[in-house]
Design a protein around this ligand. Structure first.
Ligand code: 5GP
Length: 189
């Protein structure tokens, strides 16, 4: 049964979530990635409409006023991210289950809204130090943005118990298999 279901995966930036989400999507045809809207700059290699709908702050504001978002948050200072209702509808109409990759607050508000149809998974990094290493290695962060992401990660970790499942990403393959089992169980239920 897939009708009306929604899967929400959350993790502090750098916890390995994107890798897990991409692999799930490539192996599970019932799932479709819900492309969020965001006002941050596109990183090298990111594509509008595939990674995010990159919007100007004005466009984002207009969509807030038009009630176009299932949820939205200012995830980082001045940077807005949101899940478009139209995106969820598009995926449900195609008979698939949206996979939503969002921050903790957004995840909890979606869970409340789609209560009973939502699966929430929190991917936890083994430690803040491991996170610092992974983020530093990515090369896309300045010292200030790295510190901001780590600060947010500490904050997000304090909400992990509100999720249906917590998966610790110590070893990527093991974490992936665990998430896959959870998702398969949810799709069958
Ligand atoms: P990044 O800038 O690294 O792509 O994403 C930063 C954070 O924004 C991640 O934690 C990601 O999960 C979160 N995010 C992405 N899309 C959304 C969204 O639509 N809503 C919310 N609330 N957070 C989002």
């Amino acid at each position: 049964m897939t009708a009306g279901k929604i899967i929400i995966i959350t993790a502090p930036s750098g916890a390995g979530k994107t890798t897990i989400v991409k692999k799930l999507l490539s192996e599970m045809p019932d799932l479709a990635f819900s492309v969020s809207a965001a006002t941050r700059e596109a990183r090298a290699g990111e594509v509008h409409g595939r990674d995010y709908y990159f919007l100007t702050p004005d466009d984002f504001q207009q969509k807030i006023e038009a009630n176009a978002f299932a949820e939205y948050e200012m995830v980082y200072a001045g940077k807005y991210y949101g899940t478009l209702r139209s995106e969820l509808e598009r995926i449900w109409s195609a008979g698939k289950v949206p996979m939503v990759d969002i921050d903790v607050k957004g995840a909890l508000s979606i869970k409340e809204k789609y209560h009973g149809h939502a699966l929430t998974i929190f991917i936890q990094p083994p430690s803040i130090d491991a996170l610092r290493e992974r983020l530093g290695g990515r090369g896309s962060e300045t010292q200030a943005s790295l510190e901001e992401r780590l600060g947010k990660a500490r904050y997000e970790l304090s909400f992990s118990h509100e999720f249906d499942w917590i998966v610790v990403n110590e070893h990527l393959d093991a974490a992936y298999n665990e998430v896959k089992d959870i998702v398969e169980g949810f799709l069958r239920s």
